[in-house]
Design a protein around this ligand. Structure first.
Ligand code: ADP
Ligand code: MG
Length: 388
C-alpha cells in the first residue's frame, strides 16, 4: 500500500472506530505550492501554483439532522456543531471553523447541506505555507457536495471555499489556495489570472524532463508576517492610485520606467518593480512550460527570489541561505514560495541530485546554526476528488 492509500485507510479506520460503521465515501484534496508569482494576486496579476502529493482525506457519511460531527487526527479531537452554529460566521472557532465555514458558505449560497459525520486525516504539514487550510476546506466541500448531490459546478467551488475561510474563519486570503486545491491536474501547474479568475492547465512534467522540484521548509520562525503583508499591500495600492491605474497589473514591463519615474518614494518604486517584473516572469514561465522547456524556468525562479529579497524585502536569512545553497549545489533555479518571512523554498534540480542539493542546504543551515530544514520532492499532483 502506498503512503497515499494508507492515508485513506487511516481515515476509514478512524471512522469505523468512532462511529461504528464504514463511511459512505472518502474524498481527498491536496496542499499546494506556488511555482512563481508572489504578491501578484492582490494586484490583479498572475500566479502559477501546482498541487502537492500531500493531501487531506475526509471520510464521511450523511446523517438525517443538521448536525456535523468532525474528528481530526491532526487536531486530536472531535467537535460538533449544528445548523445554528454554522449559520453564524465565527461561532465555531479553531480548526473546526474551516469545516463549519464550508457548511456556512454552502448554506449561504442557497444549497441544501446534509448533516454528516466526518473524520479528517492529512499529511499536508500545517502552517508551513503549503495550504493545509485550503486542503481541509476543499476536501470537506467535495465530500458534502457529493453526499448531498449538490449541483455545484467545479468553476464555482474555489470562491465558495475562499468565502468559508475569509468570512467564517476570518482569515483574509486570496483565491489561489482554494483554486489550486480544487482545480489542479496531475502533471500540470495552474495558471490563474487573479483579475478575471480565468484559469488554464499548463503542462509541468518535471519528472519527464529528468528533473524534480525540491520543497524545503525553511523552518524560519514567522516574524511580523501580518503587519508586513498589510504594509506591502498598502504600498501597492497607493502606487496604483498614484499611477491612476486600477491595479499594478495594469503597468506593463514596457511602461515600467515611466511609471517608476512618476513615483517619488524609493521604497514604493521597488515594490512596484517587484510586482510588475514578477507578473512578467509568470508569463515567461508559462510560455517556457508550454514549449516543454522545463530547465529554462530555473533562471526565472532565481530572478523572482532576487526580486523578493531586494525589491519587495520579504525574505529572511533562512530562505536566502536555502536558495544560495541550492544554487551552489547545482539547482537550475530556486526561490522562496509563499507570502514571505519564512515558509518554503522551491529548487528545480536534476532528479538524481535531490539528495545532494538537500544535503547542501542542510549543511549550510548547520554552518549558520539554523534549525535543520525539512524537505521533500513534489510531483505536480491532482486536485480534489472522491477516492475509489
Ligand atoms: P496553511 O494553510 O499554510 O497550512 P493556515 O494557518 O492557513 O496555514 O492553516 C493552518 C490551520 O488549518 C491549522 O492551524 C488548523 O486550524 C487548520 N487545519 C489544516 N489541516 C487540518 C487538519 N488536518 N485537521 C485540523 N485542522 C487543520
Ligand atoms: Mg492557509
Amino acid at each position: 500500500m502506498t503512503g497515499r492509500n494508507l492515508l485513506a485507510a487511516r481515515a476509514a479506520a478512524a471512522f469505523e472506530r468512532l462511529y461504528g460503521e464504514a463511511p459512505a465515501g472518502r474524498w481527498a484534496a491536496p496542499g499546494r505550492v506556488n511555482l512563481i508569482g508572489e504578491h501578484t494576486d492582490y494586484n490583479d496579476g498572475f500566479v502559477l501554483p501546482f498541487a502537492l502529493p500531500q493531501r487531506t482525506v475526509v471520510a464521511a457519511t450523511p446523517v438525517d439532522a443538521p448536525l456535523w460531527t468532525v474528528w481530526s487526527e491532526q487536531a486530536g479531537e472531535q467537535i460538533t456543531f449544528d445548523g445554528t452554529d454554522a449559520g453564524k460566521p465565527g461561532q465555531v472557532t479553531g480548526w473546526g471553523g474551516y469545516v463549519a465555514g464550508v457548511v456556512w458558505a454552502l448554506l449561504d449560497a442557497g444549497h441544501q447541506v446534509p448533516g454528516a459525520r466526518l473524520t479528517v486525516v492529512s499529511d499536508v504539514p500545517p502552517g508551513a505555507g503549503l495550504s493545509s487550510s485550503a486542503a481541509l476546506e476543499a476536501a470537506v466541500l467535495t465530500a458534502l457536495a457529493d453526499l448531498g448531490r449538490i449541483d455545484l459546478p467545479v468553476d464555482d467551488r474555489p470562491a465558495l471555499a475562499q468565502r468559508a475561510e475569509n468570512v467564517y474563519a476570518g482569515m483574509p486570503c486570496g483565491i489561489m489556495d482554494q483554486a489550486a486545491s480544487i482545480r489542479c491536474r496531475a502533471g500540470h501547474a495552474l495558471f490563474l489570472d487573479c483579475r478575471s479568475l480565468a484559469l488554464e492547465h499548463i503542462p509541468f512534467d518535471a519528472a519527464g524532463a529528468g528533473l524534480a522540484v525540491l520543497v524545503i521548509d525553511s523552518r524560519a520562525p514567522h516574524r511580523h508576517v501580518t503587519g508586513e503583508y498589510a504594509a506591502r499591500r498598502a504600498a501597492c495600492e497607493s502606487a496604483a492610485r498614484a499611477l491612476g491605474v486600477p491595479a499594478l497589473r495594469d503597468v506593463t514591463t514596457d511602461g515600467l520606467p515611466v511609471a517608476l519615474a512618476r513615483l517619488d518614494d524609493d521604497v514604493v518604486r521597488r515594490r512596484v518593480r517587484h510586482v510588475v517584473t514578477e507578473n512578467q516572469r509568470v508569463l515567461e514561465t508559462v510560455a517556457l512550460l508550454r514549449a516543454g522547456d522545463v530547465p529554462a524556468i530555473g533562471p526565472l525562479m532565481t530572478a523572482s527570489h532576487a526580486s523578493m529579497r531586494d525589491d519587495f524585502e520579504i525574505t529572511v536569512p533562512e530562505v536566502d541561505t536555502a536558495v544560495e545553497a541550492a544554487l551552489s549545489a547545482g539547482a537550475y533555479g530556486a526561490r522562496m514560495t509563499g507570502g514571505g518571512f519564512g515558509g518554503c523554498v522551491l529548487a528545480l534540480v536534476d532528479a538524481d541530485r535531490v539528495d545532494a542539493v538537500a544535503d547542501a542546504v542542510t549543511a549550510a543551515y548547520a554552518d549558520r546554526g539554523f534549525t535543520p530544514p525539512v524537505w521533500f520532492s513534489a510531483a505536480p499532483s491532482a486536485g480534489a476528488a472522491a477516492l475509489p
